[in-house]
Design a protein around this ligand. Structure first.
Ligand code: FAD
Ligand code: NAG
Ligand code: NAG
Ligand code: NAG
Ligand code: NAG
Ligand code: NAG
Ligand code: NAG
Ligand code: NAG
Ligand code: NAG
Length: 530
């Protein structure tokens, strides 16, 4: 085909796709306005932003926490920032009628940007303005809107009490919508488990636009959204959580040890004790490159970072007994309230995760260090977070998050960079891929397990058109969910059989053939269909 006619075809195709998407959008917006909203509610037209609206970019960019995705071309046609539940219900109904997909965004921390980037025409439901946190002191519970951040939750709790807390993540800007629905861990994990382990009720809008609480959604869907990811099942509006007791004084420390200061040997001992310490004491390790203070040559520093639920007088003897190799002294420690211990962490741009079931031998660690001396490792961090305590007491099938006993610690690989452009991005991402490949012999196998909240599309993705089979999705699904993946697919078949709520790693429904095969096992799943 001559070039000129080729470009004519392209131009016509572009024009067609433009006019058809503009048409789609017009009908979609009309549908939203016609939806029977409460007459007292703010009109939905006041919370709609299309691409010509002057506030569109600032609303979209506000929750893009990862600069890697600030420049993508596949942006939403419309952003809705709901103020009331009917704004969500209308968006779900009208999107299905007018051929739009939905991406729901809470804090926007998804490592692969699935909450605001999609290939098909789509709308973002951004929960940033929906609802307020209500801390209910009489029962030690709180209702938390899914658009609130964990930092806001910690702050609202601390306004009412200095001896209550919540066991979720460390970075305060993480949203509860993604974080609780994927698990959520932090320094209270050994004592109280994950954020998702402490959710006791939830409100969700399903594919039919129904607002359901725990009783109405039934135990299967309620199970699925505590660790299976919210995005496959509907739009979560709010969580009810159980607050946990914390002492009025906690102790934190932050102790760096370089290779010259025997970091390898200390990590060796850490691997033997970190998951068996007192439940109130969690010590994680951050590995990074630094210039040595003696000769300015690069070295690796292991920073032992900890929060202990108690005072320094109890902590020091505990450390002397269990982990004297670290050489912790009183001067390394700071006593403070639990809320002050919620420290701010910086932003990372690409992540992967692993689980370690047997200690990594010293030779394995020593082989890792040279990777830190490569150029791309300037902003790299490899973080070891120990399991143990409550995590070992909860069964693998209690919620969809399956990584419990048998795991000594969890690895989080991160790389940050400042240079712009595709070439830089590939360079740094390739570094993390090399580090991940290097670690393969030392981590969990068959499957090589991964944590949903450290989303990684390298481990496998769905087809673009939403017809991914269960067995194809198992490639990534078993890594995140192990044996819980099958139950997740069965719940999905019941609540969203046509797979409207989908993305690159959403749970697929079982196909009709699969469904028939599974029918005799469905007993428990049927219960929630009222
Ligand atoms: C800097 C940083 C620090 C982190 N620290 C920790 C940590 O200490 N511990 C830990 O466990 N994890 C941590 N994470 C990972 C974090 O838990 C996940 O990225 C989490 O999914 C983020 O949730 P979000 O609401 O901010 O993200 P979003 O990007 O808004 O959402 C993530 C996913 O959940 C879906 N979703 C969001 N809200 C809803 C809703 N209301 N209904 C249905 N689906 C929804 C989205 O569509 C998307 O698929 C960290 C991440 C970053 C970037
Ligand atoms: C709207 O608000 C008025 C005044 O508060 C109230 O009387 C009325 O019941 C409300 N209507 C609806 C449909 O909620
Ligand atoms: C942009 O959208 C907001 C919210 O819907 C609306 O209030 C505002 O008038 C719009 N601005 C323009 C320039 O259209
Ligand atoms: C965007 O919204 C405004 C009203 O806020 C409307 O006038 C305009 O036609 C819309 N643009 C598109 C492309 O739909
Ligand atoms: C506290 O729990 C009791 C008993 O379950 C219940 O009646 C009451 O409404 C609850 N209070 C709040 C604020 O949730
Ligand atoms: C490192 O370990 C060696 C041998 O166990 C010991 O002699 C040395 O003092 C240690 N160095 C530091 C800085 O602790
Ligand atoms: C470390 O040293 C190298 C060269 O020796 C230098 O280029 C670099 O800026 C130093 N980094 C820091 C963080 O000091
Ligand atoms: C954004 O895109 C432009 C043009 O495609 C490119 O020149 C620029 O480097 C990109 N910026 C980032 C941060 O990737
Ligand atoms: C999915 O759809 C594509 C194209 O529409 C088709 O080629 C493929 O066979 C389908 N796969 C399944 C598992 O149905």
């Amino acid at each position: 085909m001559p070039l000129s006619s080729y470009s004519t075809v392209v131009a016509i195709a572009l024009l067609f796709s433009f006019t058809s998407s503009a048409h789609t959008q017009e009908n979609f917006v009309q549908c939203l306005n016609n939806y029977p909203h409460n007459i007292n509610a703010t009109s939905i037209s006041k919370v709609l932003y299309n691409q010509t609206n002057s506030s569109y970019s600032s609303i979209l960019d506000f929750s893009i926490k990862n600069l890697r995705f600030s420049n993508v071309s596949s942006k939403p046609l419309v952003i809705v920032t709901p103020l009331v539940v009917s704004h969500i219900q209308a968006t779900i109904i009208c999107s299905q009628r007018h051929g739009m997909q939905i991406r729901t965004r809470s804090g926007g921390h998804d490592y692969e940007a699935l909450s605001y980037v999609a290939k098909a025409p789509f709308v973002v439901i951004d929960l940033i303005n929906l609802g307020e946190i209500k801390v209910e002191m009489e029962n030690n519970t709180a209702w938390v809107p899914a658009g609130a951040s964990i930092g806001e939750l910690y702050y609202r709790i601390s306004e009412k009490s200095t001896t209550l807390g919540f066991p979720a993540g460390v970075c305060p800007t993480v949203g509860t919508g993604g974080h609780f629905s994927g698990g959520g861990y932090g320094f209270l994990m050994h004592k109280f488990g994950l954020a998702a382990d402490n959710v006791i009720d939830a409100h969700i809008v399903d594919v039919n636009g129904n607002l359901l609480d725990r009783e109405a959604m039934g135990e299967d869907l309620f199970w699925a959204i505590r660790g299976g990811g919210g995005a496959s099942f509907g739009v979560i509006v709010a969580w009810k959580v159980k607050l946990v007791p914390v002492p009025s004084t906690v102790t934190v420390f932050y102790v760096p040890r370089t290779l010259e200061q025997n970091a390898t040997e200390i990590i060796h001992k850490w691997q033997l004790v970190a998951n068996k310490l007192d439940n109130g004491l969690m010590i994680r390790v951050n590995l990074e490159r630094v210039n040595s203070s003696q000769n300015g040559k690069p070295t690796v520093v292991a920073t032992f970072e900890s929060m202990y639920l108690g005072g320094v007088d109890q902590l020091i003897p505990l450390m002397q007994k269990s982990f004297p190799e670290l050489g912790l002294v009183r001067e390394d420690c700071t006593e403070m309230s639990w809320i002050d211990s919620v420290v701010y962490m910086s932003q990372f741009t690409n992540g992967k995760s692993d689980y370690v079931r047997d200690p990594i031998p010293d030779v394995g660690l020593k082989g890792l260090w040279p990777l830190f001396y490569e150029d791309e490792a300037q902003g790299a961090v490899i973080q070891f977070t120990p399991y143990g305590g409550k995590m070992y007491e909860i069964s693998e099938s209690e919620i969809p998050f399956p990584h419990r006993s048998g795991n000594i610690f969890h690895i989080h690989y991160l790389v940050r960079w400042r240079e712009e452009g595709e070439e830089a991005k590939q360079k740094y991402i390739n570094w993390i891929r090399r580090a991940y490949k290097y670690m393969e012999p030392f981590v969990s196998k068959s499957p090589r397990a991964a944590y949903l909240n450290y989303r990684d599309l390298d481990i496998g993705v769905n087809n673009n058109n939403g017809n991914t089979s269960y067995s194809q999705a198992s490639i990534w699904g078993l890594k995140y969910f192990k044996n819980n993946f099958n139950r997740l697919a069965r719940v999905k078949s019941m609540v969203d059989p046509l797979n409207f709520f989908r993305n690159e790693q959403s749970i697929p429904p079982l196909k009709s053939k699969g469904l028939n095969m599974q029918v005799e096992n469905l007993g428990a799943v049927n219960v929630f269909i009222k």
